[in-house]
Design a protein around this ligand. Sequence first.
Ligand SMILES: N[C@@H](CCC(=O)N[C@@H](CS)C(=O)NCC(=O)O)C(=O)O
Length: 214
Amino acid sequence: MKLYTFFRSSASYRVRIALNLKGLTYEQAPIHLRRGGGEQLSAAYKAINPQALVPTLEDNGKVLTQSLAIIEYLEEKHPSPPLLPKEPADKALVRSMAMVIACEVHPIQNLRVLNYVKKEYNQTDEQVNRWAQQWIDLGLSALEQMIVAQPKRGKYCFGDAPTLADICLVPQLGNARRYGCDLSLYPNILAIEKDCMALPAFVNAAPEKQPDAE
Ligand SMILES: N[C@@H](CCC(=O)N[C@@H](CS)C(=O)NCC(=O)O)C(=O)O
């Protein structure tokens, strides 16, 4: 398998964690999101991923995009260890936690959105960071409440094994710190992050461990 990735990309980080949790080996094809205006915008990469976003996974000639779709593909092809609970309501809960991050928070603090806000509306770096903080805080505070309220509270977002929810949460916390969010407001999330970062699958997927890290 080949993963088109960028070390600091949180969506790529999600897929790296999932691959590691499942014990799958893969090669990395780094796509630098800033160099030369962004390698994701090259014609060669857009031919692979028309959205010009990372990650993309190639597996036996199949080209897969969108981190959640990629992770669900890995889950179906390599069910062990499971990244989703079996019971339908539990599965829906874990997916909903993942989607708080992947569908509501991450898309509106993504590089191209922040660049657009900055240039088109003539905003300073501080104002752009404030924009990112606003949406990250809204999502994390909802997720903190969801974690506390759910019936199977354990070490992770759901229960005592890492799931898709943790896979989305941990990379987002790196972005939250980068934009100056006050994470002390989310003690349950911070405790989950600590437990995740005790696992080699999370540690080895971290941005600073990647071959393209700067
Ligand atoms: N929903 C997509 C999001 C992918 C995405 O936004 N990737 C970012 C990096 S985390 C990217 O490639 N950004 C490039 C840009 O904004 O130009 C997924 O989950 O894969």
